[in-house]
Design a protein. Structure first.
Length: 211
């Protein structure tokens, strides 16, 4: 099957399947926050991003731990936002469909938070003060969860296959490590966080109701 047909199958499945309400709300929240940031300043202004809740080690060490969460809804520029939301639109649809609204929210936010925490701890250890923002840690959590779930279904679930997901993750990780200004530890933390949460989901047999 060619790539074009594969993409058409995914779009066709999304058109005929249920609406991924939580995923769309999360995407809408990210876009809304970006619009508000731009309306009050600029997403490329580091000081302004800190004001809006970007992760910044000195402030987190002073007790502003909420930044580990709020940073997941902030983006540096339209390109950063578009790339993240484009991937989330497709991958989030599948995960919400497979695990349901509540568990999707747990995996997205929980895994994303694990990514933020791992990134922050690493900065503390290295003595660095980096301004971090972006939903990519949470998106990698979605990818990590999908890998475990598809593997649970013997490597194929709908139009998603274990091989394609691994290739997508490998490419994303490679691009991250070969580019500057990318919080790779947030990606890694989110990936393993999502995988861990999906293992717990399978352990508690919450996947029995999936179609």
């Amino acid at each position: 099957m060619g790539t074009g047909n594969y993409n058409e199958d995914i779009i066709d499945e999304m058109r005929k399947g249920p609406v991924s309400v939580v995923n769309l709300i999360i995407i809408g929240a990210n876009i809304l926050v970006f619009i508000l940031v731009e309306a009050t300043g600029s997403s490329s202004d580091a000081a302004h991003m800190i004001e809006w809740g970007a992760a910044y080690t000195p402030f987190i060490k002073q007790g502003e731990y909420y930044r580990l969460f709020t940073c997941m809804f902030l983006h540096f520029g339209t390109g950063h936002l578009f790339n993240n939301m484009f991937l989330l639109f497709f991958m989030g649809y599948y995960l919400e469909r497979y695990v349901g609204k509540i568990w999707y929210l747990i995996i997205y936010l929980g895994g994303g938070l694990m990514g933020s925490v791992l990134s922050w701890i690493s900065e503390v250890i290295r003595g660095e003060n980096v301004i971090s923002a972006g939903a990519s840690g949470a998106i990698f959590s979605v990818l990590g969860a999908l890998v475990i779930i598809v593997w649970h279904y013997r490597g194929q679930k709908g139009n998603l296959s274990f091989g394609r997901l691994l290739a997508m993750i490998a490419f994303s990780v490679y691009v991250g490590f070969s580019s500057s200004g990318v919080d790779n530890l947030a990606h890694v933390g989110g990936l393993f966080g999502g995988a861990l949460l999906s293992v717990l989901l399978i352990h508690f047999k919450r996947l029995e109701t999936l179609k």
